[in-house]
Design a protein around this ligand. Sequence first.
Ligand SMILES: [Zn+2]
Length: 178
Amino acid sequence: MNNPRLPTYARCSACRHPDHERYEQRIIDGTITQTQAAQAMGIEQSTLSRHMNQCLHRRLAEAGLKPAQVEAEVPNVLKHAVDAHKTTLELIDEAHAAGDLRACFMGLQTELKQLQFLATLTGQTDSSPELNLYLTSDYITLQQVLITSLADFPEARMKLSEALARLSSGAGAQGGDA
Ligand SMILES: [Zn+2]
């Protein structure tokens, strides 16, 4: 029992599922919901949710501690997170093409979460999380894409610009100006 690859955390039924990495990937990509994945894997949705929030993070933490042993998993997850980012931008584009502004805004929220996840994965949140996030080139590109994609909707575009400016200016910016 001295397999060096054996994780030190308790493995749940999702961890033990032979295809768990594939389902993790699809959940992160947004091509399947946790509920659908749980059904397909034959486990409780709450177990899968806990797995995604805890086991996956612990596995990454372990990977950080022992990069040589689990080297393959880190770029794998990172790659999928980056792919998910691209997919989200495409979906925002499609939502815009369909004239669905609400979906555009939901896309922005999803994108922010993905960027936060990416920032965590790449260690960009260590010192000053929010500031670093809003300074990333990804986030700046995202802002430009969103604002450009709303070109035909000046009112929504203005509101989005204001909301983005408030976000990136940090806490305390309570836009009460005229
Ligand atoms: Zn697990």
